[in-house]
Ligand binder design. Structure first.
Ligand SMILES: C[S@@+](CC[C@H](N)C(=O)[O-])C[C@H]1O[C@@H](n2cnc3c(N)ncnc32)[C@H](O)[C@@H]1O
Length: 243
C-alpha cells in the first residue's frame, strides 16, 4: 500500500501550493463530480453557539492531551476568504489567555480557490464584519481604517494560507483539530467518503473533527465518534485508513 504523503512535512514558512499526488485521481476526472454554484454565507464566527462549544469544551479537551511545548495544529480545508481560520485563531487566543498560558497554535488554511486565498492572506475585510464580530474583538484583534478592518499581525502570523484541492493534493497530518465546515456540500456524495478518509488520516489519535451543520458522518460512523453531535464535533476512532 502506498504511503500517503503529508503536506505537514513541508516547513510552515515554505507552505506554498502543493505538488499533486501522482497516484491520486486527475483533476479533470474530479472536476465533473464537483458541484459548483452553492450560495455561501461566509462570515466571522459563523454559528456562534458552536464557537462557544469550541472554546469551552473542545479546546480544553485538546489541551488535556497536549504536550505543552508543541503548537496546537489546526487545519481548515475549504477556508474560502479566511474568516473561519481567523475566527478559530482569535477564539484560541482568547481561550489561552483565560487559561493563563502562552500556547502556540498553527493554523493551516487551504482552499481550491486562488482568489479566496489571496483575499484571506490580506486579512482585510469590509466594515460589515461588525455585524458578527463583537466590538471588544474588533478593538483587540483588528486595526480599523476608513473603509475596512484589518486583522492584526499576531493573529495573521498564526495562519498559513495555501491553495490546495482536498481531493488530490497531499493532506496535513498530526492535527489536533480540523474544521471542515460546509466543504462537503460543494462535493457530490460519492466523494464524501474519500474526504472523510483523508481527514481521519490527518488527525492525531485524539484529534477533533468539526463539520458544518448540514453535514453528516453517517456513511463513516466506523471512523468517527460524536463528541457533541448538536454542534458537529467528532473524535477519531482508532481505525487504519488506506494510505
Ligand atoms: C461554503 S465555503 C466554506 C467556508 C468555510 N469553511 C466556513 O465555514 O466559513 C466552501 C469552500 O470550499 C471550497 N472547496 C470546494 N471544493 C474544494 C476542494 N476540492 N478542495 C478545497 N476546497 C474546496 C470552495 O472553494 C469554498 O471556498
Amino acid at each position: 500500500m502506498a504511503k500517503r504523503r503529508s503536506a505537514s512535512e513541508t516547513p510552515v514558512s515554505q507552505a506554498k501550493p502543493f505538488t499533486p499526488d501522482e497516484s491520486a485521481p486527475k483533476t479533470s476526472e474530479l472536476a465533473e463530480a464537483i458541484e459548483q454554484g452553492k450560495n455561501d454565507a461566509i462570515c466571522f464566527f459563523r454559528n456562534p453557539e458552536a464557537f462557544t462549544v469550541l472554546k469551552e469544551k473542545i479546546f480544553p479537551q485538546i489541551l488535556k492531551k497536549h504536550k505543552s511545548d508543541e503548537p496546537v495544529r489546526v487545519w481548515t480545508p475549504g477556508c474560502s476568504t479566511g474568516e473561519e481560520a481567523y475566527s478559530i485563531a482569535i477564539s484560541f487566543t482568547e481561550f489561552a489567555g483565560e487559561f493563563g498560558k502562552h500556547i502556540p497554535i498553527q493554523v493551516f488554511a487551504t482552499d481550491l480557490n486562488d482568489w479566496g486565498i489571496e483575499k484571506a492572506r490580506l486579512g482585510k475585510y469590509s466594515k460589515e464584519i461588525a455585524d458578527t464580530v463583537f466590538p471588544e474583538r474588533l478593538r483587540r484583534f483588528f486595526t480599523e481604517s476608513e473603509s475596512a478592518y484589518i486583522v492584526k499581525k499576531p493573529i495573521r502570523d498564526m495562519i498559513v494560507f495555501a491553495r490546495q484541492n482536498i481531493l488530490i493534493d497531499p493532506p496535513f497530518s498530526r492535527l489536533d483539530l480540523i474544521s471542515c465546515r460546509d466543504l462537503l456540500i460543494h462535493l457530490k456524495p460519492v466523494l464524501h467518503e474519500q474526504v472523510f478518509h483523508t481527514l481521519h488520516f490527518s488527525l492525531k489519535p485524539t484529534g477533533v473533527l468539526w463539520l458544518g451543520s448540514s453535514e453528516t458522518i453517517k456513511s463513516v460512523s466506523h471512523l468517527f465518534l460524536p463528541l457533541d453531535e448538536k454542534h458537529q464535533f467528532y473524535t477519531k476512532k482508532p481505525v487504519d485508513t488506506p494510505g
